[in-house]
Write a protein that binds this ligand. Structure first.
Ligand SMILES: [Zn+2]
Length: 366
């Protein structure tokens, strides 16, 4: 499993030699090994440096059958560095050649498909799942006391029918409540241990409501949705449902994030909007959360001394006097920089309002 920690590590790698990044869609739905290999060849046509291209081709050819629906490869052969990451979700074909690894597409996938906790509940127990990047990482279960529908005490309670019925209902409720307490404690522990960032609940409306009353408040903000599903569902069914809810929740959150950064920037309340302003905030390590539209790229300029990014093509840096050189994608560099300084990157879908203000913005630390 590729973790957030490893993602941050990748973003922190400073290659002194050229670096090649390749994202490849290896979904069986789009082709077999042979056709994917041909696509990879076409993608790499004319790409340099040759040793990295060779390393990437070699890896693909010697790692069959494919271990996922998406593959990311990072090669800096000048430093003897190579890493491949297989993903359970498809990626778009992309090739980046430069002095930095292109981490953003991987960060996007983490953003959409990382750290899912799914819990299926009924009145007696629960099954919990940890899905990460489209794959089942772990699955556990808890089983409480069987909720009996027969009368408590058997034949001896037959005499008092009214009392018996009331007693039975109370008893059932008690058992269910006790089970829910146990399920909630079990789930909290699981979510915490697996560093779950999103929770999806499956079950009947009644059981979901009961479960929520027992689940500590701190987890409530992570719940992104719920759905009706049987306890005996296959993990493929659970994953499909979770991914669907995840995508919907993500769209809603994107909208909220974009609105928030635009409104805060408008009031000068701890946010910046637009590329040049964002570059400045990045250079000053003031970015808490970088917000950027998916797929947004922009050529820019960068100081060879202090590393500042700018849209302006001044020959010299006004801060350190070093030479300023053009860079193919300033957004990518800003993403790397923010991740390196411990900030977050929020990749959002295309939004007309955000497009108007430049497709990028930042929520600041101070
Ligand atoms: Zn400088």
């Amino acid at each position: 499993m590729f973790t957030d920690h490893q993602l941050k590590e990748m973003a922190g790698i400073n290659t002194k030699s050229p670096a090649l990044t390749v994202y490849l869609n290896t979904d069986p739905a789009v082709g077999n090994a042979e056709t994917i290999k041909l696509r990879l060849r076409a993608l790499l046509k004319g790409v340099e440096p040759e040793p990295d291209v060779k390393a990437v081709m070699d890896y693909f050819e010697t790692h069959q059958p494919m271990a996922g629906r998406g593959l990311a490869m990072f090669s800096a052969s000048g430093e003897g560095f190579f890493r491949a990451v297989w993903l359970g979700v498809p990626v778009r074909d992309q090739v980046f050649s430069g002095h930095q690894f292109a981490i953003k597409p991987l960060a996007d996938i983490f953003d959409l498909f990382g750290g899912y906790g799914v819990i299926l509940i009924d009145r007696q127990g629960a099954r919990v799942f940890h899905f990460h990047l489209g794959e089942l990482v772990e699955q556990e279960g808890v089983l409480g006391t069987l909720v009996k529908h027969t009368k408590r005490g058997g034949a001896s309670t037959v005499a008092g029918q009214r009392g018996g019925t009331a007693g039975q209902t109370n008893y059932e409720d008690e058992v269910v409540e006790r089970n829910m307490k146990e399920i909630a404690a079990f789930a909290s522990h699981f979510f915490e241990e697996k560093h779950i960032r999103r929770i999806v609940i499956g079950g009947t409306d009644d059981n979901i409501a009961l479960f929520k009353t027992q689940l500590p408040k701190t987890w409530h903000s992570l719940i992104i949705g719920s759905f009706a599903m049987s306890m005996t569902a296959s993990h493929a069914e659970v994953l499909a449902k979770a991914m669907q809810i995840g995508k919907e929740a993500e769209a809603a959150r994107d909208l909220q994030t974009v609105r928030s950064v635009i409104s805060r920037a408008g009031k000068h309340a701890g946010a910046e909007i637009g590329l040049e302003n964002t570059f400045q905030a990045v250079s000053q390590s003031r970015v808490q959360t970088l917000v950027v539209t998916e797929g947004f790229r922009q050529s820019a300029h960068r100081c060879t001394g202090c590393g500042r990014l700018t849209l302006h093509s001044n020959p010299q840096c006004k801060y350190c006097g070093s030479k300023i050189v053009p860079v193919e994608d300033g957004v990518e560099l800003a993403v790397n920089e923010v991740m390196r300084s411990g900030g977050e990157v929020e990749v959002v879908r295309t939004n007309p309002d955000f497009e108007k203000v430049g497709n990028i913005g930042a929520i600041l630390r101070y």
